[in-house]
Design a protein around this ligand. Structure first.
Ligand code: UD1
Ligand code: UDP
Length: 427
């Protein structure tokens, strides 16, 4: 079977095809597949198998979308400092441009890139594409453990492939739950399914760990580490930061917007954008910046509802460094994103979460997040309230960090390298 997922009939990749990004000769799909030096002859021969007489562990880190990359790259860089660990990075390429931008910022070079992304891909495309391509990578590397992150299709399918080959899985950001299989969709299913497969559960918060324990997972396999996104933010947020969009906003209030969830595509997204436009039309003291997700289905709705509105700039996705700095400077944020619910509390920036459920209730409990649902009137009312009622705004605008202390990657690497476990204690 070909690395690219087609039925090109070879199991082992001939050495001459193992370096660089190119289509496999004879392969019908013509998809570009990246093979880094690690698989080429000399690199394999030279690779260190032991450190101080002990066999090195091969830890494979797999991810494929923007948020996974933001949360896994700091872990890759930490693992690479560990002498007892050989770190191998495999990206599925479920996202392309949005993934590559993060890899560049964190200077992570994947050893394997499955390049599965297609325009307007379906869940079937992602699942089948990754399952067949990842099998060959696992068979070539035989890792001791594979780390997956969160709830994406990349994470779920990679964990499933490991399960089929009986390779242990470590689940980073384990235990978040809504217990509503339809929301977030399909992520709630993905995360629960990975939880069934996982051998190590790296729970970001005590609540996430509690979910896993209540589900009957062995407590000895659950580690409270904090969320690695807080580690990432230590490298991205700058004091003397400027950006042309921030200059455009000037002294006005920056409203930061993102939206992309599959369950919100269609009618809910129309509602969200209509509500936002109504409030912006009534509040000239605000200027909104909305970096639009690359999903064409999102773009269509955004253009239809927000196009021609002078107080909103719809721009291409910004890189993570820009994104964190925009969050740090905004007046408030409207989003359906998961990651942004974890980041904005650290800056004390109120977030209106345009979703019916959240798997991140810690931020709601601490008062920085408010769940608005996706109906136009509800979003309109909540958004207006935060602009017009200072007491409401002040009650939400306080910095807190219910998701970690910036040392999650060190904790995870310690557990994998030596078994040492120093839990994150919230508060
Ligand atoms: C995926 C994840 C979701 C995560 C989100 C982060 C699944 C099922 N969904 O959703 O959990 O919150 O990523 O953003 O795993 N596209 C590009 N270039 C890119 C990225 C996307 O063109 O760099 C376009 C493509 O047309 C692609 C579409 O966006 O087909 C949707 O991407 P996909 O990964 O299927 O879904 P997301 O909504 O991004
Ligand atoms: N983000 C980014 N550029 C953008 C929008 C978001 O770098 O234009 C970052 C954001 O800071 C957060 C992550 O992407 O770390 C969230 O990704 P997304 O909303 O796509 O996915 P989710 O977190 O909902 O899974």
């Amino acid at each position: 079977m070909c690395f690219c997922g087609s039925d090109f009939p070879h199991r082992r990749v001939p050495p001459e095809f193992r370096r660089g990004r190119r289509p496999f000769p004879g392969c019908r799909c013509g998809r570009m597949v990246f093979f880094a030096d690690r698989l080429s002859g000399p690199a394999v021969n030279e690779r260190k198998e032991s450190y101080q007489g002990r066999r090195m562990k091969t830890v494979m880190v797999v991810f494929g979308t923007r948020p996974e990359a933001i949360k896994m790259c700091p872990l890759v860089n930490e693992l690479k400092t560990r002498q007892g660990i050989r770190t191998v990075v495999c990206v599925s390429g479920q996202h392309r441009q949005m993934l590559d931008s993060v890899l560049e910022i964190f200077r992570v070079k994947p050893d394997y890139d499955l390049s599965v992304m297609k325009p307007e891909q379906t869940l079937f495309d992602i699942t089948t594409g990754i399952l067949s391509a990842f099998r060959s990578v696992l068979e070539a590397e035989k890792p001791d453990v594979v780390l997956v992150h969160g709830d994406t299709s990349t994470a779920f399918v990679s964990a499933l492939a490991c399960f089929y080959l009986q390779i242990p899985v470590g689940h980073v950001e384990a235990g978040l739950r809504t217990y509503n299989i339809d929301s977030p969709y399909p992520e709630e299913f993905n995360r629960q399914a990975i939880g069934i497969i996982g051998r190590y559960h790296f729970a970001p918060t005590p609540l996430a760990a509690e979910h896993l324990i209540r589900e009957g997972k062995n407590p000895d396999t659950i580690y409270i580490t904090g969320n690695t996104v807080i580690d990432a933010m230590r490298h991205t947020v700058k004091e003397n930061y400027t950006h042309p969009e921030l200059e455009w906003v000037g002294d006005r209030k920056l409203i930061f917007i993102t939206a992309h969830r599959r369950e919100n595509l269609g009618e809910p997204m129309h509602h969200m954008f209509r509500a936002i436009r109504r409030v912006l039309d009534e509040h000239p003291e605000c200027r909104a910046v909305y970096p639009i997700h690359m999903n064409p289905s999102v773009r269509k709705v955004a253009e239809a509802e927000l196009g021609g509105c002078d107080s909103i700039h719809m721009i291409e996705p910004i890189d993570v460094l820009d994104c964190h700095n925009f969050e740090a400077r905004c007046h408030l944020c409207l989003t359906d994103s998961g990651g942004i619910q974890e980041e904005c509390p650290a800056f004390g920036r109120p977030v209106l979460v345009m979703r019916d459920t959240t798997e991140r209730p810690e931020g709601v409990d601490s008062g920085v997040l408010r769940l608005t649902g996706t109906h136009e009137e509800d979003i309109y009312r909540n958004f207006k309230d935060l602009l017009e009622n200072q007491a409401s705004y002040d009650a939400m605008a306080h910095a807190c960090n219910p998701y970690g202390d910036g040392h999650a990657t060190k904790r995870i690497a310690d557990i994998l390298e030596t078994g040492k476990y120093d839990p994150w204690v919230a508060g």
